[in-house]
Design a protein around this ligand. Structure first.
Ligand SMILES: [Zn+2]
Length: 102
């Protein structure tokens, strides 16, 4: 099962293992306790390929060895900080859609 789950990824996003599942359940429980919601972003969301300033997509960033880069808009990024900003933005977008549907 683990083999199947990891097939086709190799990008650090394969997360179908017991430890991660348990972590998510605990996180969801703790967040709900505080009256908040855990928002999950789609695993195919290209968080590290998008510029968190202008939104431009740069597929060359699939190369995980690129840790720092400069966008054509001039913004300088640390790979992980930029991805975190994109995930935050996407989470807020998803949350707004959820509340619109509720
Ligand atoms: Zn940019």
């Amino acid at each position: 099962m683990r083999n199947m789950a990891n097939k086709g990824f190799g990008n650090g996003k394969a997360t179908l293992d017991n430890g991660y599942g348990m972590f998510l359940r605990m996180l969801e429980y703790k967040i709900a306790e505080r009256g908040k919601v855990l928002v999950k972003v789609d695993k195919f969301f290209p968080s590290s390929q998008l510029c968190s300033c202008c939104g431009a997509r740069n597929p060359a960033l699939k190369d995980l060895t690129i840790r720092r880069w400069t966008c054509t808009c001039g913004a300088e990024h640390d790979r992980d900080v930029n991805a975190a900003r994109n995930i935050r933005k996407e989470g807020i977008r998803v949350l707004k859609n959820m509340s619109r549907l509720a």
